[in-house]
Write a protein that binds this ligand. Structure first.
Ligand code: SF4
Length: 247
């Protein structure tokens, strides 16, 4: 991605201004100019069988009554993105706007997430899939209950099997703790390469965009997380070992 365009995206999420005022434009330019952007995957359609399995899974989720959340949701929120993607972003559950529109991460927080992803060359229309741990909205946006996560997580596992991502980005404490089956605070989960599921998919943790809207000072940390995830992805693409902490 052209450095100037990345600067525009960072300005949109409020990162470039923070860096520029503190450290000067030269350092900001150095920080936002990577050696390479993630490769855009082959846009060719998936095999017919894979497409059928995606559609069957989507249909199953939209009709799902496995947990009581089906009684209060407007509709299931399956996920959005291409059928095959190297990147998978996972949040906790649909909010009110997502429940109404049937798509994850829409509204103001979704716009911020899109801007953050664009800053590392990702777009939900082409090369990143976005989903939630829970496919139905908890009433009043309360936290997901363990039994709801247990009921719904198999859908995400099946999405991962179809998508075959190279890297997962968990956004927010709830998503990260549920995916990693831990109660470790989000701050201590950042900056590491975790692993998820039978495929041992690398997983990196960052803040939820709704949190960043309330706490803009942490956007800089989120940008560090995105750069870390991008570097992990680049190492994976080159076949390098990726486990370890951010230096
Ligand atoms: S949250 Fe998941 S398990 Fe519960 S009803 Fe919705 S799709 Fe089914």
């Amino acid at each position: 991605m052209h450095p100037q365009r990345r600067m525009q995206y960072l300005e949109a999420i409020g990162v470039d201004l923070w860096v520029t005022r503190r450290d000067g434009g030269a350092r900001a330019a150095a920080q936002v100019a990577p050696s390479a952007s993630p490769a855009v995957p082959d846009p060719s359609p998936p095999p017919a069988e894979t497409a059928v399995r995606w559609e069957a899974l989507r249909s199953e989720v939209l009709k799902c009554t496995r947990c009581p959340l089906h009684l209060t949701r407007t509709q299931g929120v399956f996920g959005v993105g291409p059928s095959r993607a190297d990147w998978l972003v996972i949040g906790e559950a649909p909010g009110a706007e997502e429940d109404r529109r049937g798509e994850p991460f829409v509204g103001v927080a979704g716009q911020l997430l899109d801007a953050m992803l664009r800053a590392i060359g990702l777009d939900r229309r082409t090369n990143v899939y976005i989903a939630n741990v829970l496919k139905s909205r908890p009433p009043g946006n309360r936290d997901p209950r363990p039994e709801e996560v247990a009921a719904c997580l198999p859908y995400l596992v099946r999405q991962i099997a179809l998508l075959q991502p190279k890297i997962m980005l968990a956004v927010g404490r709830i998503a990260a703790q549920n995916l990693l089956a831990t109660e470790v605070p989000l701050g201590r989960l950042r900056g590491q390469v975790h692993r998820f599921g039978e495929l041992n998919t690398p997983l990196v943790v960052t803040y939820h965009p709704a949190y960043l809207l309330r706490t803009p000072a942490d956007k800089r940390k989120a940008w560090e997380d995105l750069k870390f995830a991008r570097s992990v992805y680049q190492q994976l693409s080159q076949g390098a070992v990726t486990d370890g902490n951010r230096s």
